[in-house]
Design a protein. Structure first.
Length: 206
């Protein structure tokens, strides 16, 4: 697992949405929500010793009863505001743990819960051996095996997300659980190789 370790990293993050559609961005540790138009950005001031996740919901809409839902990363609240709910996989996640041991900040972009959108974390300032950008900017939806693909509801959107093998098959060998729950028994398999070929530094199940 590749993570960043930073000293003096400001507890402030900027999110951008370069995609062609408006994407509600969500933070797990907050009650609020963000909606970013194409090319927009925003700055969020995080509390001291904060930890949480960011994800991007896509293909969102409201039905005739005003129920809000998204095809990917939906949080199940029925509203734009997630009210503390997490994202339903598959979900690309940016994870942050700020001001912990030794005053270090930790960050990573994870595909453990699968993939729906490209995501990149770029530290500004700070110092440290691993104070470098990390993330997944490749098109995993395009490289996704058919058995892991998530298609849009009406088929017109094509592949909208890519499941992890653990979610798709719920098998110990893919979830690194049970008899496969140790570093000696949990070995890389074909699906993780596909993920790593597109985004080699991003954490996956195996």
């Amino acid at each position: 697992m590749t993570k960043g370790l930073v000293r003096g990293f400001r507890a402030t993050s900027v999110s951008q949405n370069p995609a062609s559609n408006t994407a509600p961005k969500r933070t797990l540790s907050a009650k609020g929500r963000l909606v970013l138009q194409t090319g927009a950005s925003t700055t969020i001031a995080a509390p001291t010793s904060w930890g949480g996740r960011f994800w991007g919901r896509t293909l969102c809409s409201e039905d005739s009863t005003d129920k809000f839902s998204c095809v990917t990363d939906d949080c199940g609240s029925g509203k734009l505001k997630c009210s503390g709910n997490g994202a339903a996989p598959p979900a690309t996640l940016a994870e942050f743990t700020l001001d912990r041991a030794g005053g270090l900040d930790f960050f990573d972009v994870s595909l453990v819960d699968g993939y729906n959108v490209p995501m990149l974390v770029v530290p500004q300032g700070g110092s440290g051996e691993k104070c470098t950008a990390t993330g997944c900017v490749g098109d995993l939806n395009g490289a996704c095996p058919s058995e892991l693909k998530v298609m849009g509801a009406d088929g017109r959107e094509g592949v909208v997300a890519c499941k992890s093998a653990c979610e798709a098959f719920n098998s110990p060998q893919y979830c690194c659980s049970g008899a496969y729950g140790t570093p000696d028994t949990c070995k890389p398999l074909a699906y993780s190789a596909i993920f790593k070929s597109v985004t080699p530094s991003t954490p996956t199940y195996i």
